[in-house]
Design a binder for this molecule. Structure first.
Ligand code: FAD
Ligand code: EPU
Length: 336
């Protein structure tokens, strides 16, 4: 029976799927048909359903946290359907610091490795011991080590070789007993007393000042990835745009701030139907309602065009866009 998806994704466009199936026990996956098209969903905070989805949405809602203290660290084994922020809070309440910089990121634990969630100087990969998944073709559970997950900036094997082939069922996290705070991000350097709880609270305050609560004002977080560009291109850009925020990525590349590019292109507050470039953070698109998938696609193309014209930089959307029966990518021709 058709099921509305509007409350199942935080961008909240009106959409439906043919079937919605909730997984509360991983054993259900053995019986699941996985007839095409299907898609796996957590809390829908990085997924936008552009229009009606002609298939089955499989929502991961399994629960459970198991904790094993070891000599030098704690091993946490967490079910895919657990809420990420609740897990971060649980670890701090139990004196296991490490995840505090990743507080308040919406979504499930199972989705966290897919794009290797990151914020305020920390990426999930730092704490991953393993990721366990149900292999849809082989109908068996497989464990990948951190290295096998091929984590990168907003990237992992789950977006490439294993895309649409697996359901992540459990994540193993390793939190060292020896805590080393990560304070490289501006507001964290001003803390008078450095404790994990203080970092956690500062991260929450900073996030609340920039990012809209998706359950109050529909959004999907940063809409585009921060571009990673060769050093030569950065140096050329800095000649005409000396304020461009940039961060070391590797010896040959820097990451630049897409939010700055969008703001400088004059797009803050730009609106198409109910979709708007957020005033407090130009990398975020918000949906005030009365919008359709086509309005969002028009907005994405407009931003990509404006940024390309000004800087010859292509913005890739970070958010996963679902069309009628599959994921889709919106990319302008990179050649002018
Ligand atoms: P969904 O949107 O439900 O799914 C995301 C993708 O993962 C989909 O492709 C889906 O098919 C796949 N997937 C989900 N669960 C599974 C599973 N069990 N097995 C296999 N595949 C699966 N992200 C950051 O990295 N850093 C941030 O600071 C950040 N801030 C945000 C702030 C806001 C206000 C919002 C709305 C989003 C933000 N995000 C951020 C993005 C989002 O929170 C993360 O991507 C999060 O991990 C998504 O979790 P989810 O359960 O909602 O995933
Ligand atoms: N900036 C502007 N104008 C804007 C927005 C940003 O000039 O409208 C500038 C800021 O002044 C700053 C720089 O751009 O100099 C970076 O901005 P910010 O620190 O807010 O972070 P971001 O690069 O926009 C990234 C992540 C966020 C993550 C924060 C904090 C991506 C795509 N986004 O945003 O992740 O929370 O850093 O670490 O990497 C998400 O993925 O959904 C997300 C919210």
């Amino acid at each position: 029976m058709a099921q509305s998806l509007q409350t199942f994704h935080t961008f909240s466009l009106p959409s439906q799927c043919l079937h919605l199936c909730e997984i509360t026990d991983t054993k259900q996956l053995q019986q699941q048909l996985f007839s095409v098209p299907f898609c796996i969903l957590g809390e829908g905070s990085n997924t936008v359903f552009l229009n009606d989805y002609q298939g089955t949405v499989i929502k991961m809602a399994t629960k459970g946290i198991s904790l094993t203290p070891r000599e030098n660290d704690y091993l946490l084994e967490v079910a895919a359907g657990e809420n990420w922020h609740k897990l971060v809070t649980y670890t701090l309440d139990h004196d296991m610091p490490g995840l505090e910089n990743l507080a308040l990121i919406p979504g499930t634990v199972g989705a966290a490795p897919v794009q290797n969630i990151g914020a305020y100087g920390v990426e999930l990969a730092k704490y991953i011991e393993y990721v366990e998944y149900f292999d849809i073709a082989q109908k068996q559970v497989i464990r990948l080590s951190k290295v096998e997950c091929q984590f990168g900036y907003r990237d992992s094997i789950f977006k490439h070789a294993l895309k649409n082939k697996v359901v992540i069922t459990q994540v193993g996290l390793c939190l060292p007993k020896q805590w080393q705070p990560e304070l490289s991000y501006g507001p964290l350097q001003k803390l008078s007393k450095v404790t994990a709880k203080a970092v956690y609270e500062q991260v929450i305050t900073t996030r609340n000042s920039k990012l809209p609560d998706p359950y109050v004002l529909a959004n999907a977080g940063s809409f585009f990835k921060n571009p990673i560009i060769p050093n030569s291109q950065l140096h050329a850009l800095l000649k005409s745009h000396s304020q461009l925020p940039h961060y070391f990525y590797d010896d040959a590349h820097h990451k630049i701030a897409a939010g700055w590019l969008i703001e400088q292109a004059g797009l803050k507050g730009h609106r198409i139907a109910g979709i708007e470039v957020y005033e407090q953070q130009a990398l975020v698109l918000v949906n005030h309602g009365n919008s359709q998938g086509g309005d969002l696609v028009a907005m994405i193309k407009h931003i990509q065009q404006q940024v390309w014209q000004r800087y010859q930089i292509h913005l890739h959307h970070e958010v996963r866009l679902m069309a009628d029966s599959d994921e889709c990518n919106i990319n302008l021709q990179e050649q002018p």
